[in-house]
Design a protein around this ligand. Structure first.
Ligand code: ZN
Length: 351
């Protein structure tokens, strides 16, 4: 009950890549890089365990970027020579640098399987592996090869993601999560084909099936948009659709957004990964602040279905802040768990 987890990413150690920088290049190459990434994964898992998290990830420290880390394992995608395109509906910036689709996109072999097996052997806790969702991938590439519509391209990526997800579940991933921040942007497309593409990703996957839907990383451009934004009604459109889907867990941003928590009721019987940690600030929440956020959510979701979580990835934060935030998350969850248990004991005594 109230078993905490992070969305996925953690900041990389400065000996691996430059800190506080999205898509930072690696400091090492070849075997040196592989060994350094192995070490960084061990540390990422250890820090989550020491913080008291129940489900851990490899911190995504083997990926320069959460989308490219997957695309790099496929043919036909160039993440070095970038194109410039309008992305995320122009919400955060008019033009963004994006990877290019330049040939047939194929998965010649597993992409994240070795990383998953490494992490599986490094921890006895529940393991989550994350991948970019098909709508978010399509919104993050310039298609210079297929010249097709977004849905067709998304379904192509969904088939590839599904093959990968089945392999990851087979290798012991307890949770397979698809990151779909675009579900908070293209509401018409979510209904028209986004859910269908997500279902195609999850079909036959024997693990907890999760989707992460946020309002973007804690980067300056995103934070600038959030401070101006007044419409937080997106979940109200997507949750009823997700409630009817085969997804098990929905990860949402509640700490830094203005989302009205009554919307959680629209998720039906799904498990809720509730963002109770703001990833856009270095200021570390207190355990009491986290506990207050969890109590608010418990007005709308039973404790059995509530998973205390971060709003989004912690990669833009310092390692120190990220450690503090993970501890606050686990301690806040422990406070509320103790309250619920003592309430149950009292009820038993009275009856
Ligand atoms: Zn996110």
């Amino acid at each position: 009950m109230l078993a905490p987890s992070i969305v996925g990413s953690l900041p990389k150690p400065s000996w691996l890549a430059a800190p506080n920088m999205l898509r930072a290049p690696w400091r090492l190459t070849g075997d040196d890089l592989t060994q350094a990434q192995d070490d960084a994964v061990r540390l990422a898992i250890l820090e989550q365990e020491q913080a008291g998290l129940a489900t851990v990830t490899d911190g995504e420290v083997r990926r320069r970027h959460y989308i490219w880390g997957f695309l790099d394992g496929l043919t036909g995608v160039d993440t070095e020579n970038l194109a410039r395109a309008r992305s995320r509906g122009g919400r955060y910036s008019e033009i963004t640098e994006v990877a290019r689709v330049i040939g047939p996109v194929e998965r010649k072999g597993p992409v994240l399987l070795d990383a998953c097996c490494f992490a599986r052997h490094a921890t006895t806790r529940r393991l989550k592996v994350t991948m970019p969702g098909p709508m978010t991938i399509v919104d993050s590439v310039a298609d210079e090869y297929y010249g097709t519509d977004r849905k067709t391209l998304a379904m192509k990526f969904a088939a590839i993601l599904n093959a990968e997800a089945r392999d990851l579940a087979g290798a012991g991933a307890d949770v397979v999560q698809f990151d779909e921040p675009c579900f908070n942007i293209y509401l018409d497309e979510v209904e028209a084909w986004g859910i269908e593409a997500l279902e195609a990703c999850m079909e036959g996957v024997v693990a907890k099936r999760a989707v992460h839907i946020c309002y973007g990383y804690g980067t300056p451009a995103v934070l600038a948009w959030k401070t101006k934004n007044t419409d937080w009604g997106h979940y109200g459109v997507t949750f009823p659709l997700l409630a009817r889907s085969s997804v098990d867990q929905v990860s949402i941003e509640c700490a830094a957004s203005g989302v009205d928590l009554t919307v959680l009721r629209e998720l039906g019987s799904k498990e809720v990964m509730l963002g109770a940690i703001d990833v856009g600030t270095e200021e570390v929440e207190t355990a009491d602040m986290v506990a207050t956020r969890l109590r608010s959510a418990l007005q709308h979701v039973p404790a059995e279905r509530l998973i205390p979580c971060t709003d989004c990835g912690l990669v833009p934060r310092s390692r120190q802040a990220s450690r503090g935030k993970m501890r606050a998350l686990a301690e806040g969850a422990a406070i509320v768990r103790a309250e619920l248990q003592s309430r149950t004991r009292n009820a038993v005594t009275v009856s």
